[in-house]
Design a binder for this molecule. Sequence first.
Ligand code: TRP
Ligand code: ZN
Length: 862
Amino acid sequence: MLDVRTAPAAPSAIHRADYRPPDWLVPAIALDFTLDPERTIVRSRLEVSRNGEHDLPLRLAGEELDLLSLRVDGEPRELLIEDDQLVIDLTGATAVVETEVAIRPATNTKLMGLYSSGGLLCTQCESQGFRRITYFPDRPDVLSKYRVRMSADRTAFPVLLSNGNPLATGEGENGTHWAEWEDPFPKPCYLFALVAGDLAVNRDSFTTMTGREVELGIWVREADLPKTGHAMWALKQAMAWDEQAYGREYDLDRFNIVAVSDFNFGAMENKGLNIFNTRYVLADRETASDGDFDAIAAVVAHEYFHNWSGDRVTCRDWFQLSLKEGLTVFRDQSFSEAMGSPAVERIDQVRTLRAAQFPEDAGPLAHPIRPDSYIEITNFYTATVYNKGAEVIRMLRTILGAEDYRKGTDLYFERHDGQAVTCEDFVKALEDASGRDLTQFRRWYAQAGTPKVSARLEQDDDGATLHLSQQTPPTPGQADKHPVVLPLKTALIGRDSGRELVPEQVILLTEGEQSIRFDGLTEPALLSINRNFSAPVIMDVARQPGELEALAVSDTDSFARYEALQELMLRELLSGINEGPLNAEPVIAAARATLTSNALDPALKADALLLPSETMLAERRETSDPAVIHRVRDTLRAAIGTALKTELRDHYDAASRANPESLSGEDKGLRRLRATTLGYLAAADPDLARELAREQYESARTMTERQSALGVLAMLGGPQADAALADFFNRFKADALVIDKWFGIQASVPSDATLDRVVQLAAHPDFTMANPNRLRALAGSFAATPFAFHRADGRGYEWLADVILKTDAINPQTAARFVPALGRWRKLEPGRAALMRKALDRIFAQPNLSKDVFEQVSKSLG
Ligand code: TRP
Ligand code: ZN
């Protein structure tokens, strides 16, 4: 095997400690685009100014640019390119630098810079895509005022959009037209955007808290216009929420969203011109599930909230990414909680954290929310930076309290408006506004790894003592860890009465070990701890038999009830996986109590009944055999399904009363409960479930019902599955987002036959690796289905390695995102571990790997 350090021309790492302010600033830039998919000409005019006293040249980044000319203060200059940088010697304090370059959007398969998607021309500049458009100091601490002119063929590109406000439009020669836009707010180049194409618009308006009228537009293909209502609704809700919750008002006269079908991520917060993956814009009830609707609202809100947390106040360097992403995810999560049921939202957030972030934090790619080094920054748009980053902000709010937290964010936005700042600046603002010392809390920014917290409640005649300890495991490059600040929301519940003996309080665990005394308890107490998941940790609570069952029905916090049942299931499953006894009885009793409880709404029942995922079970062990985990989990699922068949069937039938027109919590919850109960019935009685699913599929009035029925049919297999899959394809073949589901459902079947199906699907005429959504639907779904992916013969790994290599040649960012699935070999039994390493070795041996894939594979091999 090649060693990272000796690999030929190994790409080098960039370190946070090496940060230096820019040598030159660019207060203003004028851009002029002559747009053509085959060859676009970009003329740029930079007003540069020397930053401080030095005699260093101006260095401008450029990538895949054809440089046609360079002028400095109007005079032509020789071209000097060093390491992809254009180096320009300047004598004075300021200069005007003009370049002219040619680029080829039509062949831009990386989807970074200016590219073409479904006849549109659009840009993606975060993190370092602007250098693929023009020569520029492509770093977030260089803020400029932008003026943009673009001209294009009027028939092919009737709509011309950029950031800020429109200035003028006009006709040109040869059937062209042009438009000029100006953005009054200085911004880093990663927030630049341009869109040209044949788009229709859903227009609306929003009146801000100070009475300003903002014109809103959602731009899509004409045929998709009827699917933009939900996104528009979400946008207006988000605008109102940010005013009320954070005092943040929108600042331009226009806010535009454009949907594009080829996009590497979810969406992008370009100032005044957000660009979205179509999947986070388009929805109607026939083609989008409840989950899709919710994701649209969350992403629309997320990108909108970036206007303040990201755009008005931006990042000094890319190591500070969580400054904007962690904060903005926390803001979108709070928004979703306010729009729906807080407990249901919180359960979803925690499930995501456990499924995506905990494994990352325990694996070879673990990094702190503020990383110390990177080879390719795109690899750090992770669940750690985003979701753990959001948990860190949530803890700050819990520790400071809502009022001081708000004072802190007000101070942060006011103090740093128009600046590019650091995570430290954020914490300092909260510290200054609240008067609290957050010194120890800062460790959350520096330390990787998920803390483990042990808790034991020791009862005596006068009361009880809670013994707590914390420990964070070593992660790559960080052998020794220090205790972090953990706000643990805690209550004591009477075992007999179900009353709160000690009402909820926030315990701050700051030491390695700590004890807390509770006096005057009137009855035996049940420990309810880390309520609402107030700290992102793995809890290990000493429990007596019967405690979890009691908490699952009597805890006064909905999230804690969910957790109690999950913990109970987890313990039994782990016992079974460890070849110990698998006693289904307590789980069945608790599941029955949950299902038939009158105190729980349907969504909570549906969530609480779902067994912990196979991934989560694997996480709790040193190493494991995915087939054993799957079998044990299936056994418990079937046992629950069999024991509760009557109740499940009743709830399944009753849940059909959900109003298909409604997205209320109640109606979405009923549909979710229908899916959960059908899943259990499928485990207990496949023939019955097949029949129910077929009926549900055929009579479905929403995509939610149709998709969950199809999922069950596909899982059970047989002619009914084939018929339904064929029907689904024919019904929706014109709708790319639904066909993504069709690929995804088939790739998610936990079966030995899935790989062969996936191989077949990769040869389907509608499959293409060039479209990230389609590729993720097939390869991403497959890699996320443990039983299908972790074949004992290793063919699943080999297939994914091939996908990574092929994709790397066209779209490295997207290719690299599949690598973590191959990085979990340390957690596997020796046979599979060796096969997985072999697949990684094979990738690593390829010449000309992208930096993106190189970094992920070399770190995964470790
Ligand atoms: N800033 C975007 C967000 O969180 C993420 C993003 C969109 C992105 N497109 C990207 C990150 C391309 C890296 C590369 O909303
Ligand atoms: Zn974001």
